[in-house]
Design a protein around this ligand. Structure first.
Ligand SMILES: [Zn+2]
Ligand SMILES: [Zn+2]
Length: 336
């Protein structure tokens, strides 16, 4: 079995929950649990559904309420604030795409097989997890990524840890790190995963463009990762090769950082609106679409709302029978 875990799903910068937000959330969960217990209901899965139910509170049996509260608290998918990092794990290999702060939840390699890390690009929100991730200092790690306008990937990675920025350079102290440059397009076999990659130019993401990945699992499932990509305003011709790349994916992780209203102010910053992401996924015939790279200014409610609006939009343009759509959250896990 192959498992995909989304360790970090924020874009542009981390967005940790403040103490006040946590308190508000705790209160809302408490109220929702009381409400559910009062109505004898169970099984809703999202704390934001609970928000809607929490208007009228009927206090009931304390013990039952407390049990439900604990249960809810353990299961609420708060979206989280870590930046981009996804893990694809098969029985014999671990491939991580991007090294944002979500990387810190990835453990050390369990065998002598290295952890493979493929980079979409070298913006900070996709690299900031390296310094806070223990295994980078000792474990066997192989990193893949593209050279930026003549600057070697190795140089970019060392720059992150120059002595004015960080006390130790893991790429110098760890003799088990390998850095492998990839071209604009190609295929690499990593363990039992087939990894195809495709570069889109700077009109899709400033200033060096972006690499998208298509990973085929041993079960023949296709996972496509297209983050930090601006699909808005592109012609059918420009989108055709990307649609072909994502065609029939079982799972597409796609940038949907903005609402159409926000995009008016963010044009050219290299990110897509949820409606354009929905159109793209539908046209490419994707089964399970996960919207990701959430804006750091968005709170849980904004992201939840984006998920509702994306689904409404998909209904409007015609949802294929087997197509699902959800917003990514830190810790989300999909078995393929
Ligand atoms: Zn980013
Ligand atoms: Zn970026």
């Amino acid at each position: 079995m192959t498992t995909v875990t989304l360790n970090g799903t924020r874009g542009s910068g981390p967005a940790p929950m403040t103490g006040q937000q946590q308190e508000t959330l705790d209160n809302k969960i408490q109220k929702a649990a009381e409400q559910i217990a009062a109505e004898g209901k169970a099984g809703f899965y999202h704390h934001l559904e609970a928000y809607a139910m929490a208007d009228v509170i009927n206090l009931i049996d304390r013990k039952e309420t407390e049990e439900l509260y604990q249960q809810l608290k353990a299961n609420i998918p708060v979206y989280g604030g870590n930046t981009t990092s996804y893990t694809i794990k098969t029985d014999n290999v671990t491939l991580v795409v991007d090294a944002g702060t979500g990387l810190r939840s990835e453990g050390a390699p369990a065998s002598s097989e290295p952890i493979h890390i493929a980079l979409t690009h070298t913006h900070r929100d996709h690299l900031d997890g390296f310094d806070i991730w223990g295994p980078i200092y000792f474990a066997p790690i192989t990193i893949y990524g593209r050279r930026n306008n003549g600057k070697y990937l190795e140089e970019t990675l060392h720059d992150l840890f120059s002595d004015d920025k960080w006390p130790v350079d893991p790429f110098t102290v760890n003799p088990n790190t390998k850095i492998k440059e990839i071209d604009d397009e190609g295929i690499i076999e990593i363990g039992d995963l087939k990894v195809e990659y495709k570069h889109s130019d700077k009109s899709f993401h400033p200033l060096h463009g972006i690499t998208s990945y298509k990973i085929t699992t041993p079960e023949n499932a296709k996972i496509v990762i297209m983050t930090d990509i601006e699909l808005n305003g592109k012609s059918d011709k420009e989108l055709a090769s990307l649609e072909a790349f994502a065609h029939d994916a079982d799972m597409l992780l796609i940038d949907a950082q903005y609402t159409p209203e926000e995009y008016a102010m963010k044009k050219g910053q290299g990110h897509t609106t949820y409606d354009v992401a929905v159109e793209f996924a539908r046209k490419a015939g994707v089964k399970n679409t996960i919207l990701t790279h959430h804006d750091p200014t968005h709170d849980d409610f904004d992201i939840w709302k984006k998920e509702q609006l994306a689904n409404q939009y998909l209904e409007k343009i015609g949802r294929p029978e087997d197509m699902t759509m959800a917003c990514a959250y830190d810790g989300m896990r999909v078995d393929l």
